[in-house]
Design a protein around this ligand. Structure first.
Ligand SMILES: Cc1cc2nc3c(=O)[nH]c(=O)nc-3n(C[C@H](O)[C@H](O)[C@H](O)COP(=O)(O)OP(=O)(O)OC[C@H]3O[C@@H](n4cnc5c(N)ncnc54)[C@H](O)[C@@H]3O)c2cc1C
Length: 493
């Protein structure tokens, strides 16, 4: 039987990162993947959907500009867009595979092994791998489970991945549908609503059980996103519950019941069901192994399961499901097994982006979460129209919102940016939060001009009472307040 220091099951972002980190410790490592290297980080997931998003933004801006200059708008070919997305997926997947092959030919040859097949734990140390009728069993001192997740299916919906689809099927359509309903107004649902409405070919309906999309997000952010969605033709079915969905004559018929008791029927060409993800742990271990789990995922203590040599990372655990979180956990598990992690595993300050119109980037707390935690804070906002780079871009839609502690130290609690370049602008603040620093550093550092980060600097300077623009003026564009027990008060210097 082949023996390994570490066997990693699943070569999505979490498993891949774990296997590569194990090489740094010079450990004999086996990585097993049953399907596609890169997992949902690449295929039918993060990279593919972001390529759709990037292309849809380009098409939308192209259309807007051509219209401005009164030039005829050419037709957008679904097939060409789809091919471009496939090229992106292929490029990344091949790179991950080539990297692995080259590592296997390098001085790490004796350390890294990759096997294609479906893995299953027979015991605490034995892993069975089956592939095309072949079966083998290997020995592992340590095991990392990184088998990820799949779209959640609702049994009452007729999902066939052709007419009623999940994120696994949506990229395989043959043309832009003329109409589509999206079930679920969470991040994935809203991202696809943004993508399909931006191509200008699809009338999108979005089913939302509450009175606003993205219920975990601050109201001012949601307001901008909803306004853009609606001006782009998206119909948001607010306060509605899907009570029936059927495929009829190759189309989708669905019925909604609103909170006021009224009902309505709709007919569209396609449906996307985006109601969350289910962890992949069916048949992953023999029933003699008592690994603790709930339906949300495997239970873990900083990546370690209740069985001391078995770890679980990424989407298969019950924490946040993101590529960067999976990679963080994968690397952390390896450090915990073979070394001594320098820090604890913390989830509070994870940077996130939502690929909407415009993009929304954040780190740390937003106002909803600060209030839920009972924290008083200072909050400063600055509209994109005050930032020269946004003016130059001829697109000043968006704002920056910075939250700091309500004391003299003014430690950064969180940052939210909605607007162009939001994601690239926020990293300086993410780093300050990570280093547990206050805001002085940001106020004094010379930022490049013109850049969106100058807007963050202006926010910090407002909090310190030394900004270029004073919040007493430009009402509606600037604000600098405290929030105590949920009530705002202007700060005067
Ligand atoms: C539409 C969509 C958009 C997303 N957008 C973003 C985004 O913008 N940013 C972001 O950070 N995250 C995004 N995510 C989430 C992100 O893709 C996941 O959090 C991430 O891929 C999880 O990584 P993972 O390695 O834990 O699991 P996965 O990526 O699911 O990989 C698990 C791997 O394990 C393999 N496997 C499963 N069972 C076995 C077995 N028994 N034996 C061998 N192999 C097995 C699977 O084939 C798969 O390749 C998105 C997800 C979706 C669906």
């Amino acid at each position: 039987m082949e023996k390994y220091d570490l066997v990693v099951i699943g070569a999505g972002p979490s498993g891949y990162a774990a296997a590569m980190r194990a090489l740094d410790f010079k450990k004999r490592t086996l990585l097993i993947e049953k399907d596609k290297v890169g997992g949902a980080g690449v295929t039918n997931g993060a990279l593919s959907s972001k390529t759709w998003w990037e292309l849809s933004r380009e098409v939308a801006s192209f259309r807007k500009n051509l219209k401005k200059f009164r030039i005829d708008i050419p037709d957008v070919s679904y097939r060409e867009i789809q091919q471009e997305v496939r090229n992106a997926v292929h490029e990344r997947k091949s790179m991950l595979e080539d990297h692995m092959l080259q590592m296997q030919d390098s001085r790490h040859a004796h350390l890294l092994k990759f096997k294609k097949g479906k893995a299953r734990l027979l015991s605490q140390n034995e892993v069975e791998i089956t592939s095309e009728g072949r079966r083998e069993v290997v020995w592992a001192d340590h095991i990392i489970l990184a088998t990820g997740s799949r779209p959640r299916y609702l049994p009452e919906l007729p999902i066939d991945e052709k007419i009623v689809m999940t994120s696994d099927g949506i990229e395989n359509m043959e043309d832009f549908p003329e109409s589509m309903v999206i079930v679920g107004a969470g991040v994935i649902g809203c991202e696809f609503a943004t993508i399909f409405s931006a191509f200008g070919k699809t009338k999108v309906n979005l089913i939302d059980k509450g009175d606003r999309i993205l219920p975990f997000e601050d109201e001012d952010v949601v307001r901008v996103i909803e306004r853009n969605m609606e001006s782009n033709g998206i119909l948001i079915h607010r306060n509605s519950k899907l009570v029936d969905m059927e495929i009829k004559d190759g189309r989708v018929e669905y019925e909604l019941e609103y909170t006021d008791g009224t009902k309505a029927k709709f007919n569209v060409e396609k449906a996307l069901v985006a109601v969350g993800r289910t962890p992949n742990f069916e048949d992953l271990w023999d029933e003699s192994l008592p690994i603790d789990f709930t339906k949300r995922g495997i239970k873990d203590n900083e990546t370690q399961t209740n069985i001391d040599n078995i770890y679980a990372v990424g989407d298969i655990t019950a924490d946040i499901s993101l590529v960067n979180v999976g990679e963080l956990e994968g690397r952390y598990a390896v450090e915990k097994i073979f070394g001594n992690p320098a820090r604890k595993l913390v989830y509070e300050n994870i940077s996130t982006i939502m690929f909407l119109h415009p993009e929304v980037a954040g780190v740390g707390l937003n106002e909803i979460s600060a209030r839920e935690k009972g924290i008083d804070y200072k909050v400063v906002t600055l509209d994109y129209s005050c930032i020269p780079r946004a003016i130059a871009r001829r697109n000043t839609q968006g704002f920056i919102k910075l939250l700091v502690t309500n004391d003299d130290e003014m430690k950064i609690l969180g940052l939210k940016i909605i607007g162009h370049h939001a994601s690239s602008a926020m990293q300086s603040v993410a780093l300050l939060i990570f280093m547990d620093k206050g805001i002085e550093e940001l106020a004094e550092c010379v930022h490049p001009h013109p850049s969106i980060t100058e807007g963050i600097q202006e926010c910090v300077r407002m909090l310190l009472g030394k900004s270029l623009f004073k919040p007493e003026a430009l009402k509606g564009k600037l604000s600098c307040r405290t929030s105590k027990a949920g009530l705002y008060e202007d700060i005067h210097f």
